[in-house]
Ligand binder design. Structure first.
Ligand SMILES: [Zn+2]
Length: 127
């Protein structure tokens, strides 16, 4: 796949940024994405995945993911699940690079849908 562009509207970005800044350490979540062109995407909405204290770095908790999916379905938004293609997480105060673990996670999540877009940030506002 060539290079992709992801547009993040200001209000969505502010929300993502506040999730990352309010968290004690590393956090993660998912996002709904609309494909706006052959290689361009728009991030419409972000979700924070609830997590237990002390869970290991970027090990996406299946249980939390299932709960988020259930919540969406119960809210009558089940059809939007097909746009749930973005996985974001923060590195707390560390550099926002994709680690080996991150790449493994992306590979695992990538088997769920056609593609997966990953955003990594940190508390200093780096992405
Ligand atoms: Zn990471």
């Amino acid at each position: 796949m060539g290079s992709l562009s992801l547009t993040i509207p200001t209000d969505v970005f502010d929300r993502l940024d506040s999730y990352i800044k309010m968290a004690e350490g590393e956090v993660l979540g998912f996002g709904l994405v609309t494909q706006s062109g052959p290689t361009s995407f728009i991030l419409d909405e972000v979700f924070l995945v609830e997590q237990e204290a002390g869970f290991a770095h970027v090990d996406v908790p299946d249980e939390a993911m299932h709960r988020m999916v259930t919540d969406l379905v119960e809210a009558g938004r089940g059809s939007e699940l097909e746009r749930l293609y973005l996985w974001w997480h923060s590195h707390g105060r560390l550099d926002p690079f994709l680690s080996k673990t991150d790449l493994d996670t992306i590979e695992r999540l990538g088997t769920v849908g056609d593609y997966i877009i990953s955003v990594v940030g940190n508390k200093m506002g780096g992405y």
